[in-house]
Design a protein around this ligand. Structure first.
Ligand code: MIC
Ligand code: SF4
Length: 643
């Protein structure tokens, strides 16, 4: 039997485990990336491991999230990350150089390579035919130190693309269609592999838009073959030397199959408050809007910007709409400024933002109260924009630009003919904002610069044998990491300070939670399906750890968050019978006995609640069991390094 493309790359990087479905496998990571909002913690963890130089082929530290510097904290974090990078062998992409995923695709991604990044949209690299996986900072730190990344050998979904996109329909509409069909938990436990005739009609940046938003499916990653279009992109970036053609074997077997006829797609929008709440733009047409934001790691490529400039050319944004545009990288911004496209946007009234995440993570441009915002981004969770009662619709750049002109949701197909805007033969390359590290011989001369807001890793303890703890919080289905550990301009500067950021933990759901949990000292949280979907931020595990949360008991978990809980030494438990969710209420006392024994040997964990026994599953690997016993991945890694 042949192999799928993902399987081929995983197999070539296998360092441990049995190469069969459902087994835990350890994968060597060729490259790593971090961004600044997760990076400070990741580098604190890396430094704590005591490995002098990174052992990867390429590691890059990006500054792109916390770029609104309304106090010293973010600038201190940037300086800290820059100094660690310089000393330990990591390239440093300075603030202003662009969004990590866009820049990594342009300058470092390579077909057939593996990449792990402390950001859930790392799968953007799948557009280049790489296995690119988002993970918590600690997993990335371990990979930088030469350690493998452990995943369950995933199931593979084949998405066969047929035909080609009609004018005004774009890559964003393709992934919105996949989300409509599979839902935000449809990808959990899977890699999504694209193939078929339609693949060759999509350029690498278009493919990257699709793999980027595979994160919203909950998938481990998504991947496209590496073909002539990949070569064309790499040539245009002056990097054709890294090209290798890659595709699945013709007789590869998949666990699930989906066929999408590109020619049948139309402009789509994900409605509030979930990326899978997808409707045709045509059905929403005429709805009054207040804001349009164009950019983010999903839709900020050169071609995206050129389409927007074409639509805005010679026109003015509707007076009731605020339009912002954030080109994804310095390369994109330089090119549209050189060719005049930027002037067209400015003339039409666009508010030009720096090349960074910006409004996508609530760093500015929060909509007005009850505002309707059309965004070319990938997440529209409640409150993420910074305005709790705003309604965010995720759309293509074409739909966003067309609607900015009319002031209402507009199907771009009503604009008439659309010329084909294609990728340039040569991108403008100037890597002057990527600072190389010093050589090994010089590393002692580099001082690590740590600001006063940068605190250490929270205290951990080996797993207790018995626990009698109250349930400090009960929540429902589809809780996102934006609920658990909100972001936004006010809270993000606390990413390097777990005691401080913990004061905001779960405040979106219950403002009294942090103080209550802290006072209780030790507790458990109960939740529903797909708990922890969204971001890779390990803060959504580290803040609960700091607040004394010992276990999270839910109906099901999202992949990265579950891994982050394990890394933090918090038990990720699922109800054997989902109906037992109703048997625990906030305030109930939950009793566990003989925990260490069961965690070590496997089997159900029994919790006693109100005199009743509830069976819970701890579905984790052998290695994860050892991590849990040690009190988390940092302790486990330290123990193992000292052996
Ligand atoms: C996001 O899009 O939610 C973020 C901000 O990029 C996160 C990382 C973080 O919280 O720092 C992600 O996607 O992993
Ligand atoms: Fe940045 Fe938004 Fe992409 Fe996250 S999803 S990396 S915040 S642009």
């Amino acid at each position: 039997m042949g192999l799928t493309l993902a399987e081929k790359i995983l197999k070539a990087h296998l360092v441990d485990g049995e190469f069969k479905k459902g087994s835990q496998i350890a994968i060597r990571m060729d490259q790593t990336l971090t961004q600044d909002a997760t990076g400070t913690m990741a580098y604190i963890e890396y430094v704590a491991m005591g490995v002098p130089r990174v052992k990867t082929e390429k590691s890059v530290a990006y500054i792109d999230h916390n770029t609104l510097q309304s106090g010293f904290e973010n600038a201190d974090d940037h300086r800290f990350i820059g100094s660690v990078a310089k000393k330990h062998g990591i390239s440093f992409s300075r603030p202003g150089n662009g969004i990590c995923h866009q820049v990594h695709l342009e300058r470092f991604g390579a077909p057939g390579k593996t990449l792990i990044g402390s950001d859930s949209h790392t799968p953007t690299g799948g557009g280049l035919g790489m296995i690119a996986i988002g993970a918590g900072g600690l997993d990335v730190a371990v990979a930088m130190g030469g350690g493998a990344y452990y995943i369950t050998y995933p199931k593979i979904i084949k998405v066969e693309l047929k035909g080609k996109l009609s004018p005004w329909v774009s890559a964003k509409d393709v992934i919105l269609e996949v989300l409509r069909r599979l839902s935000v938990k449809g990808g959990v436990g899977y890699i999504v592999e694209y193939c078929g005739e339609g693949v060759k009609t999509l350029s690498v940046p278009e493919r990257a838009t699709i793999t980027n938003m595979g994160a919203e499916l909950g998938a481990t990653t998504s991947i496209f073959p590496s073909d002539e279009n990949t070569l064309e992109f790499l040539k245009a970036q002056g990097r054709e030397d890294v090209y290798v053609p890659l595709s699945a074997d013709p007789d590869a077997e998949y666990d699930k199959e989906l066929v999408i006829d590109l020619s049948e797609l139309e402009p789509l929008a994900a409605c509030p408050h979930s990326p899978d709440n997808v409707k045709p733009v045509r059905e929403l047409a005429g709805m009054k809007i207040d804001q349009c934001c164009i950019g983010s790691c999903t839709n900020s490529s050169f071609v995206d910007m050129m389409k927007v400039a074409y639509i805005l050319d010679g026109k003015t944004c509707d007076p009731s709409v605020s339009l912002s545009v954030a080109p994804g990288s310095k390369q994109v911004l330089s090119m549209i400024s050189q060719n005049g496209a930027l002037t067209k946007m400015i003339d039409a009234g666009a508010r030009i933002l720096e090349s960074a995440c910006g409004p996508c993570i609530g760093m500015g441009q929060s909509p007005n109260s009850k505002g309707i915002s059309l965004r070319t981004f990938n997440r529209n969770f409640e409150g993420r924009s910074g305005t709790r009662d705003a309604g965010v619709y995720l759309v293509s750049p074409e739909t966003a630009a067309a609607s900015a002109l009319t002031g209402v949701m507009t199907d771009p197909r009503t604009l008439g003919d659309m010329p084909k805007i294609t990728m340039p033969e040569k991108f403008y390359v100037n890597d002057n904002m990527i600072e190389p590290p010093v050589s090994e011989a010089e590393m002692d001369s580099v001082e690590i610069l740590k600001g006063p807001n940068i605190a250490g890793y929270p205290e951990t303890k080996p797993l207790a044998e018995n626990l009698t703890v109250p349930c400090s919080l009960k929540v429902g289905d589809n809780i996102t990491t934006d609920h658990i550990m909100p972001a936004g301009a006010k809270i993000l500067p606390l990413r390097s300070n777990i005691p401080e950021i913990s004061k905001h933990c779960f405040t979106v759901c219950d403002e009294t939670f942090p103080a209550r949990a802290k006072e209780l000292g030790a507790s458990v949280i109960v939740g529903g399906e797909n708990y922890g979907q969204g971001s890779s931020r390990e803060h959504a595990a580290l803040a609960p750890l700091y607040l004394g949360v010992k276990a999270v008991i839910v109906k099901s978990f999202a992949r990265i968050h579950k891994a982050n809980l394990i890394n933090a030494g918090i038990l990720p438990l699922t109800f054997k019978d989902p109906a037992d969710y109703d048997k625990i209420a906030q305030g109930d006392t939950v009793e566990f006995a003989g925990l260490r024994e069961t965690v070590k040997n496997g089997g159900d964990i029994i919790a006693k609640v109100n005199g009743r026994e509830i069976a819970l599953e701890l579905d984790i690997s052998e290695r994860d069991r050892e991590i849990m016993l040690a009190g988390g991945l940092l302790d486990y890694t330290r123990e193992n390094l000292s052996k």
